[in-house]
Ligand binder design. Structure first.
Ligand SMILES: C[S@@+](CC[C@H](N)C(=O)[O-])C[C@H]1O[C@@H](n2cnc3c(N)ncnc32)[C@H](O)[C@@H]1O
Length: 241
């Protein structure tokens, strides 16, 4: 059982730095026209995808590698009376057409992927007039190979850049933009109640495999949380890239 299996079985929503508060903050910083085509990549259990449809009356597509996440997103959308087009797919090779989306959203997703490949795909599917919001974990200080190995084993994170590294990757991928907010993880309010019980699997909390994932996550965060920060980018495709 990996970290994302556990999140899907527990029905954990807003599994990104700052949770729903950070989502609300960036949603208040952008303009999206009614009927706009919006893509939420690595949508998880679907709260942000639903909010995008509810807040902006947008036409939302939600993609996740994990079929259970996509299924949960569809169930949540139907419970909240919004339409979401759910797609099982890989951010590194999106099964979506070029130049389609007015807004692409990624909340704590790219660290689990080959970042350059994912950014290339985002560049391909976003319209040249479109925008991208990316909420990411970052490291605040240099970390060891041992640290990276552990993060890969516990979370499946392939790479966790620092702020400069993130900026360089977006620039190299053909985007310009700004940081809406950033800081240490410890500066964020932690909402302990982010589970949707309608999505949760009743047996999840009695499954030792799920409990093991939770315990490893809790222990790692206690030991290493101070080395972690977050950054929220608002980006646009660079003209001519
Ligand atoms: C930490 S969770 C965040 C989920 C959601 N964005 C949220 O904020 O609650 C990361 C999500 O990315 C998905 N994911 C990881 N690698 C992916 C990939 N290569 N393509 C698509 N989704 C991926 C996982 O299945 C998981 O749902």
């Amino acid at each position: 059982m990996n970290y994302h299996d556990a999140l899907s079985r527990l029905g954990v929503m807003n599994a990104h730095p700052g949770g729903a508060d950070v989502t609300l903050a960036w949603m208040n910083s952008i303009t999206v026209s009614p009927g706009a085509k919006v893509l939420d990549i690595g949508c998880g259990n679907g709260d942000t995808a639903c909010k995008l449809a509810e807040t902006f009356d947008a036409e939302v597509t939600a993609v996740d590698l994990h079929p259970r996440m996509v299924n949960n997103t569809k169930r949540l959308a139907s419970a909240r009376g919004v339409r979401i087009h759910g797609v099982v797919g890989n951010v590194e090779a999106l099964p979506l057409a070029n130049d389609t989306f007015d807004l692409v959203v990624a909340e704590s997703v790219l660290v689990f992927t080959n970042i350059q490949r994912s950014i290339r795909e985002i560049r391909r599917v976003v319209k040249s007039s479109g925008q991208v919001v990316d909420v990411e974990m970052m490291v605040l200080e240099p970390v060891t190979d041992e640290w990276r190995k552990e993060v890969r084993s516990i979370y499946g994170a392939k790479e966790v850049p620092d702020a400069t590294g993130w900026k360089a990757r977006w620039k190299q991928g053909g985007f310009r933009g700004k940081v809406l907010r950033s800081g240490p993880l410890s500066s964020l309010h932690v909402d302990a109640n982010q589970r949707d019980m309608g999505l949760a699997d009743d047996l999840a909390l009695s499954d030792p495999n799920v409990l093991r994932v939770l315990e490893r996550n809790g222990r790692w965060m206690q030991e290493h949380g101070h080395q972690m920060g977050y950054v929220v980018f608002l980006l646009n495709p660079e003209f001519g890239s």
